[in-house]
Design a protein around this ligand. Structure first.
Ligand SMILES: Nc1ncnc2c1ncn2[C@@H]1O[C@H](COP(=O)(O)OP(=O)(O)OP(=O)(O)O)[C@@H](O)[C@H]1O
Length: 850
């Protein structure tokens, strides 16, 4: 005997229970009734309500007491479908919304709901649905074969008229169109399909058409005796009398903030929750496909499978760990909760280091993601050889080569250090000299690599000296003790695994003995934003093909948002991206809901954009107190955004932020990863900002991923904003965006003063106004942003001639104190131009005259 629950049934039951008093009693009664329903004899004794129910075929409602609380079921051929439990009015509303619900099964005996009008000419007996947002013709939302099915046999002019209907079509207009169809069954099917499409319920419309074509049958239509009914996206079998089920309901009723997926996992997701793997397994999923949801559920399932053993969930940073921990605490029963540990990776390393190096605790104490804020400044100080530390001069040749090719060497080399530290073990750095640098495109020969290794060594010394360690530093520090790490967990699950490095994985491998279900990874290559080296096989975590799976259905973003984000990704796919081992962009399947067309808003300046974005976010927050809104600002680092956020009295997302109690949040692009917001406003999506023009073109894909991550955080509304020309990444998609000026969009009456844009690192480091570039020595100048793109010949001359010392040989200047002095002398004393050579002199003049 099957008892199946409809996808939101448990939610209705826990909501009723949570209301307390007589409602709670009613919910408890429903739990008892569910059990009795399985037994035909007991079923007959349950109190059915007096008035039948004609809104839903084969519905049976039970009286739960409590002044009209009801349990709504559908009963067909001995199968029981639990649909809704609620107070009288809520049940009434639910029945109105679900009018025409008809239980059908597909060829795999999966239970599928189809919404079918009894009499489409009668407003009381037909489906009633609101209009959605799509601007496409409704029928075009369907797959071709379903379009063909509803149009079959129709006169050309009628098919054309139906094909042109949009969300603006009224109920009566749909009826008039449908009246022209001759076949009575087809009439109702087309009416229902158009109603469902108008609300952008494409799955609903598709199911309705499949019912019409006979792909979905009613239970009574089955020729043989009714087989066991299988779980589907909509209905799942439940063992209502099990103690576990009852405990779960109670658990959810006690938790105020459970998420829908905690109550109803889709079969595609559930498969990975329950699966038994002989070794490391991996699920790659599109953004918003429920990877985190799967990690949480699987962690809980594993504690149940391995009683008395510990399960570890690892993620990138503290805020994501907090988020996952909250989910675990809500979804897991008390008895297993203690056996699931959720940690950001660095904290795990920290714990081991406290144990292995008890004398160094202070050093590792400061390691948080937050330390990046000052580490930016420390890096610059080191890199630019300030404070009489000239160690970074080892990097000069690489620096010069990079800047003469228009690359921001300071950032590139820092990323290269991350790459080296994530690819090679601390005692084996020389391996870098001959490694293939996957993901890094600027060629570096053996000499350059030697220099980089020397530079890295001195940078690590500097960090130890000033008492900070960054994220990779701590993994490297722990690596020295790798042999001492004993397996201490039965299973380890990793969320956002695409941003973990090879060394991280080697450490993770040690945490758990090689066994079935030992390591489970979830990630999405399209969301990889770090430049770390990432190889599972190098880390001894090779995932057999049979243990590598995909999740492609997105649950988070409205169709319009995902279409835009995915379209942008596909428009800009870089070869370099595709060459990365393990990299795969999955084609998403869209969530079954629509939303407003994403906006593209422009303003005269970044200050105007920011003022408008903050005002708009605050007004949205006021209007909808449950909505969380994120303003992500392109082109600035987290550290640079800190003071800006503080001035606006808004929290900044930084890997540590607790989002509770805040509605409007500021972030850079990268830190939005893993979160979701009702509305995302992405400011400064401008040409010259995204992608960063000072990174190698071949590595612009990292900026593409960052923008994609930020865009796919939006559930309902996405606003892209810029001043000047938009980011070239968006070029192909602009036609799909609603474009306005910010002032038009938020209303002219709001005459907003522009906000001061975030300060750059240089302004944050020095309160004094920036130094005049011409007063600098060659070496000082070559560290400035202005010098990026400086021709190689000029770089060489500046280093050699503008040394900071004034030297005169036989009455002619031979070295200069500053660029301005060199300019002055070469202008007035043609003889000293010879030092530059004719070409060098021409370039020198041209460069500085401009
Ligand atoms: N079975 C489900 N039913 C309804 N909603 C779901 C389901 N599974 C996940 N969701 C919702 O989809 C959204 C995305 O889920 P989740 O954060 O787990 O995805 P993800 O794959 O980890 O995303 P990303 O990689 O983009 O961070 C969340 O709002 C979640 O509540």
């Amino acid at each position: 005997m099957n008892v199946l629950e409809y996808k939101n049934y448990r939610k209705s039951l826990t909501a009723l229970r949570r209301r307390g008093g007589r409602f709670q009693k009613a919910a408890e009664k429903a739990i008892v009734y569910q059990d009795d329903l399985k037994d035909e004899r007991l079923r007959k004794k349950l109190p059915v309500t007096n008035h039948g129910e004609n809104r839903i075929d084969k519905a049976v409602k039970y009286d739960l007491g409590g002044n009209g609380c009801r349990l709504v079921t559908v009963q067909d051929n001995g199968r029981i479908f639990l649909c809704f439990a609620g107070a009288h009015d809520d049940v009434d509303k639910w029945l109105d919304k679900n009018r025409g619900l008809t239980i059908r099964v597909d060829e795999g005996n999966r239970v599928i709901p189809s919404f079918e009008s009894k009499d489409y000419t009668n407003p009381e007996e037909r489906l009633q649905r609101d209009a959605g947002y799509t601007d496409k013709p409704l029928v075009s939302l369907l797959q071709q074969r379903h379009q063909d099915a509803i149009m079959k046999g129709l006169a050309w002019s009628l098919a054309k008229a139906i094909g042109e209907a949009t969300v603006e079509v009224s109920d009566d207009e749909i009826q008039q169109l449908v009246d022209r169809i001759e076949d009575l069954v087809q009439q109702t099917a087309v009416f229902d399909a158009l109603m469902l499409l108008r609300e952008e319920n494409i799955d609903g419309a598709t199911n309705r058409i499949r019912a019409f074509t006979g792909e979905l049958c009613k239970l009574g239509d089955q020729e043989q005796s009714l087989p066991y009914l299988e779980d589907s996206e909509y209905f799942q079998n439940v063992d209502v009398s099990s103690e576990h089920y009852q405990k779960l309901i109670e658990n959810f009723a006690r938790n105020a903030d459970y998420k829908d997926w905690m109550l109803f996992m889709r079969p595609a997701q559930q498969r990975f929750v329950d699966a038994d793997y002989a070794g490391p397994a991996k699920v790659t999923g599109v953004s918003g496909s429920g990877k985190t949801a799967v990690v949480v559920r699987r962690a809980i399932a594993l504690t149940e499978r391995y009683p008395d053993q510990q399960v570890l969930v690892l993620t990138l940073n503290r805020s994501l760990a907090v988020l996952i921990e909250e989910l675990v605490n809500t979804a897991a029963l008390e008895e297993v909760r203690d056996r699931i540990e959720v940690l950001p990776f660095f904290m795990l390393c920290q714990r081991f280091l406290y144990q292995f190096e008890p004398d160094n605790t202070r050093l590792y104490d400061d390691v948080t993601w937050k330390s990046r804020e000052h580490i930016d400044a420390i890096w610059r100080e080191y890199y630019r050889c300030e404070l009489h530390n000239y160690d970074a001069r080892a990097l000069q040749k690489v620096h010069d080569s990079l800047i003469s090719r228009g690359i921001d060497a300071e950032s590139y080399i820092r990323e290269e250090f991350d790459w080296i530290r994530s690819a090679t073990a601390p005692g084996n750095r020389d391996a870098y000299l001959s490694m293939e640098r996957t993901g890094r495109t600027y060629p570096l020969d053996a000499n350059f690599r030697q220099d980089l290794l020397r530079g890295l060594e001195s940078w690590e010394r500097k960090m130890t000296f000033v008492g900070v360690t960054d994220y990779l530093g701590i993994a490297n520090a722990l690596y020295h003790h790798i042999d001492k790490i004993e397996p201490r967990y039965r299973c380890v699950l990793v969320d956002e695994s695409q941003d973990f490095g090879t060394i991280d994985f080697q450490l993770i491998r040690r945490l758990v003995a090689e066994d079935s279900n030992d390591v489970f990874l979830c990630g999405d290559a399209a969301q990889k934003v770090s430049s770390k080296h990432h190889s599972l096989s190098d880390a001894g975590l090779a995932v057999a093909g049979s243990r590598s799976h995909k999740l492609v259905l997105n649950y988070r973003n409205s169709r319009q948002i995902l279409e835009l984000a995915h379209g942008m990704l596909m428009d800009n796919l870089f070869n370099e991206m595709l060459q990365i081992h393990d990299f795969e962009i999955l084609d998403p399947e869209y969530a079954n809901f629509g939303g407003p067309t994403p906006l593209f808003l422009s303003a005269a300046s970044l200050g105007d954009e920011l003022a408008a974005a903050v005002t708009y976010a605050k007004s949205e927050a006021e209007e909808n107190s449950a909505a969380k809104i994120c303003i992500a600002i392109c082109g600035f680092s987290e550290h640079e955004l800190e003071a800006f956020a503080q001035n606006q009295r808004l929290p900044l997302l930084n890997g540590e932020t607790d989002l509770k109690g805040h509605q409007v949040i500021v972030s850079d692009l990268e830190n939005t990863k893993g979160f979701e917001f009702h509305c995302m406003i992405i400011v400064n999506c401008a040409d010259g900002v995204v992608p960063n023009p000072r990174a190698p073109v071949e590595e612009a894909f990292r900026d593409l991923s960052r923008l994609y991550v930020a865009m796919t955080r939006a559930r309902h509304q996405l606003v892209l904003s810029c001043c000047g020309a938009p980011s070239p990444f968006l070029e192909g998609q602009l036609k799909h965006l609603s474009q306005y000026l910010w002032e038009e969009y938020i209303g002219q009456e709001q005459d907003l003063a522009p906000l001061e844009p975030p300060k750059r690192l240089e302004q944050l480091r020095h309160d004094t106004p920036p130094r005049d570039i011409l007063s600098m020595t060659g070496e000082e100048y070559l560290y400035q942003e202005d010098a990026i793109g400086c021709p190689a010949l000029l770089v060489e001359k500046l280093r050699k001639l503008v040394t900071g010392k004034s030297r005169i040989v036989q009455g002619t200047p031979a070295e200069w104190r500053s660029i301005s002095a060199a300019l002055k002398d070469t202008r007035s004393k043609p003889r000293c131009r010879q030092l530059f050579g004719p070409e060098g002199y021409r370039v020198f003049r041209e460069w500085f005259d401009n």
